[in-house]
Design a protein around this ligand. Structure first.
Ligand SMILES: NC(=O)c1ccc[n+]([C@@H]2O[C@H](COP(=O)([O-])OP(=O)(O)OC[C@H]3O[C@@H](n4cnc5c(N)ncnc54)[C@H](OP(=O)(O)O)[C@@H]3O)[C@@H](O)[C@H]2O)c1
Length: 286
């Protein structure tokens, strides 16, 4: 039995689908009854990362855990609670969805939280795997498509940075690989897409599909914080993401976010999906 914590996150939801389809027995943790994925064979247990007792109940009978919860000021405490519960339940593998660039010494709050959480897990004694995906294509594409204006322009604060963004379904396939097959414990994998794209490259790809010129307008970082807040994220989360964008923007066109790795194709046994494939599947041509 695999317990998925953060089952309604972009990556967690894809992982639940892949795990359930492959015949794994899956339980998801939800904070409220009814707020669960309606999938056959997937059971729900109510609990909260802030409540250690509920985590203990959720892990009863689970032998593996996948944790993919949102960035939060409580990230490190939540990880410690979940890892302590996993230790008590004698879980045989704890897979944590971290982020590319996670670093306990990072000046950025997002990367530092993930880095400290990764260290807490790695030092706990619980057998672990850490997945470090780059930005997820589906989130980037969705944010761009909702913001394209009548003149075909969209704004982002990414300068000329190139990002090796990754398909969430590939990250889910990688999670499935490490959960279902032996031999991964103790490893951290960096999960990237097959190529690094600038936001201008994305505009060019959309122009080809949408029979109208799409233009990327680089906007100063405060604009991205406002955009995150407007999309419904709380103040802390919006600030943390904007800070991270700014960090990547300053690292330039070929900074760390542009690195393309080979962990993902090795784990899933096929090439990673490209953004043009995703655009082909999602964007309805006029
Ligand atoms: N999306 C990306 O581009 C991307 C890329 C790389 C890495 N990541 C990492 O992947 C992880 C997930 O990110 P996301 O943006 O997809 O997350 P998200 O959508 O904000 O996550 C929502 C999920 O977290 C659960 N959750 C929130 N607070 C909780 C609590 N106190 N106790 C238990 N569950 C709680 C929610 O449970 P309910 O079902 O109860 O609401 C829901 O299932 C993050 O660590 C992120 O840094 C994301």
């Amino acid at each position: 039995m695999i317990l998925v914590i953060g089952a309604r996150s972009r990556l967690g939801a894809e992982a639940v689908r892949v795990l359930a389809r492959s015949g794994q027995s899956v339980r998801v943790l939800a904070r409220h009854a009814g707020a669960h994925l309606q999938l056959p064979g997937v059971e729900t247990v109510v609990g909260d990362l802030a409540d250690g007792d509920s985590l203990g109940r959720a892990m009863r009978g689970a032998d593996r855990v996948l944790m993919a919860t949102p960035p939060s000021p409580d990230t490190v405490a939540w990880t410690r609670h979940a890892v302590a519960a996993a230790m008590r339940a004698q879980v045989r593998l704890f897979v944590r969805c971290s982020m590319m660039g996670a670093d306990p010494a990072s000046p950025g709050v997002l990367m530092r939280g993930h880095g400290l959480s990764d260290v807490a897990l790695a030092e706990s004694g619980v057998p672990f795997v850490i997945l470090r995906p780059n930005s997820c294509m589906q989130d980037c594409l969705a944010a761009i498509l909702v913001s394209v204006d009548a003149r075909g322009r969209f704004r982002a604060s990414m300068g000329q940075v190139r990002v090796s963004m990754v398909d969430a379904r590939d990250v889910a396939a990688a999670a499935h690989a490490v959960l279902a097959q032996p031999g991964h414990a103790g490893n951290a994998y960096v999960l990237t897409g097959p190529e690094a794209l600038s936001y201008q490259d994305i505009a060019d790809q959309l122009t080809k599909v949408l029979a109208t010129r799409v233009t990327y307008v680089d906007s100063p970082p405060p604009a991205s914080e406002r955009a995150y807040a407007a999309s419904g994220l709380d103040l802390w989360h919006s600030g943390a993401l904007a800070e991270w964008d700014d960090h990547r923007r300053r690292s330039g066109r070929d900074g760390p976010a542009s690195q393309v790795g080979d962990d993902l194709p090795r784990l899933i046994g096929r090439p990673a999906c490209s953004l043009s494939q995703l655009i082909g599947e999602t964007v309805v041509q006029p």
